[in-house]
Design a protein around this ligand. Structure first.
Ligand SMILES: [Zn+2]
Ligand SMILES: [Zn+2]
Length: 122
């Protein structure tokens, strides 16, 4: 289906991604830099990594939420129960619950990009 690129706004034929192939390629490059930095600086904070790679912290957070990036200190919380997690969008308990199909933990379908940020303070 056709959609507008979240980054540059260009219309493109999407196969599930919400950025166009051009922006995706750029994002891949960023991801490689980010991962290289994290390998060299384990336990760096999101802000440190973002500054080192010269991108918005939100970009790093997105990688974390996608579960592609691990080893960065971030204040992620499970989108279902709000427990602190280190990677991805849900804690292991909620992932297990979701996998076994018990109830609908995700609520109304929302994406990380479109949903309002829910960052409950501990
Ligand atoms: Zn684009
Ligand atoms: Zn949870």
């Amino acid at each position: 289906m056709l959609r507008n690129c979240r980054q540059c706004g260009a219309l493109f034929a999407s196969s599930g991604s919400d950025v166009c192939p051009e922006c995706l390629a750029r994002e891949e490059e960023v991801f490689r830099s980010v991962r290289a930095y994290v390998v060299d600086h384990p336990d760096a904070s999101v802000e440190e990594v973002a500054e080192a790679v010269a991108v918005e912290p939100a970009v790093i957070l997105r990688f974390l939420k996608q579960g592609r990036l691990i080893g960065v200190r971030a204040e992620l919380t499970c989108e279902s129960c709000g427990r602190p997690i280190s990677e991805g969008r849900f804690c292991s308990a909620c992932v297990a619950a979701l996998r076994s199909g018990l109830g609908d933990h995700t609520g109304p379908r929302s994406t990380f990009y479109g949903a309002p940020r829910r960052r409950p303070r501990p």
